[in-house]
Ligand binder design. Structure first.
Ligand SMILES: [Zn+2]
Length: 252
């Protein structure tokens, strides 16, 4: 036996088949909605074991099935990977779960309309009610502040911890010249937020072009809180539609 090998963490227990199916569907929904492409990932905290989370093995999100899902501890060490490869940036997920006990799911993506907001001084704002969760503010994580020149990837615990620190109590954090992270109190709400962060970014680009330097009349913080609480219930309608679409396409 290799003396330096560390034993795999113990499982928090099997995840119900319907939850595994939902997590696989979430991955495909994000691909279908243009949030992820060949890259990006979604995870879900284990509902019965808060110090464990589940996400796909390293695989393009549109191809994920329930059989591809692996369990991790919050240091992002796999419990059941065997010879299956893990995503390099899984530390984003583990460190957000460590820092935020309220978070039950995390999405990391490089969705293209969002990236510009990590490159400029202009802040991302909540442009419409579906993006109400953005009204609390959208911080930008600049990996070079603490780590200097890097490959830009959040590939270890220290980088994940720094990212989670910049996220703070917000629902979305942008990553300079890379992408973004969305989180929330359920898988459904988190997918909703990841989708509407991308849609909101597009709307803000259009609105800013029309405004020609004038301020944008997006939601203020109070409107954001009120509209977000409605969205957390009503958003299930979008989830049901998106899940039906990916299931029909996959033949599940
Ligand atoms: Zn990334």
């Amino acid at each position: 036996m290799n003396p330096v090998s560390v034993p795999a963490p113990i499982s928090g227990g099997a995840l119900a088949p319907e939850l595994l199916a939902d997590l696989a569907a979430a991955s495909r929904i994000l691909a279908a909605q243009g949030v992820v492409d060949g890259f990006g990932h979604v995870s879900m905290r284990h509902p019965a074991a808060p110090n464990r989370y589940w996400m796909s093995r390293s695989l393009a999100p549109a191809l994920v099935t329930a059989d591809d899902l692996l369990e991790y501890d919050l240091d992002s060490q796999p419990c059941n990977a065997g010879d299956r490869k893990s995503f390099l940036e899984r530390y984003i997920h583990g460190e957000v779960y460590k820092a935020r006990p309220d978070v039950m799911a995390v999405v990391h993506s490089h969705s293209p309309s969002v990236v510009p907001f990590g490159l400029v001084r202009a802040k991302m704002q909540a442009m419409f009610h579906n993006a109400a969760f953005l009204a609390a503010g959208v911080p930008v994580f600049d990996i070079r502040d603490r780590f200097g020149a890097t490959d830009m990837l959040v590939g270890n615990t220290e980088k994940g911890e720094a990212l989670a620190e910049t996220l703070g109590t917000k629902d979305v954090v942008l990553m300079r010249a890379h992408g973004s992270v969305a989180c929330g109190p359920s898988l459904q709400t988190t997918v909703f937020r990841a989708v509407y962060t991308e849609v909101n970014a597009r709307i803000q680009h259009w609105a800013a072009a029309l405004a020609a330097g004038e301020p944008l009349a997006g939601l203020d913080e109070e409107e954001g809180v009120l509209a977000d609480s409605v969205n957390q219930g009503a958003g299930v309608r979008a989830w049901d539609l998106w899940r039906a679409q990916v299931r029909a396409q996959a033949g599940w």
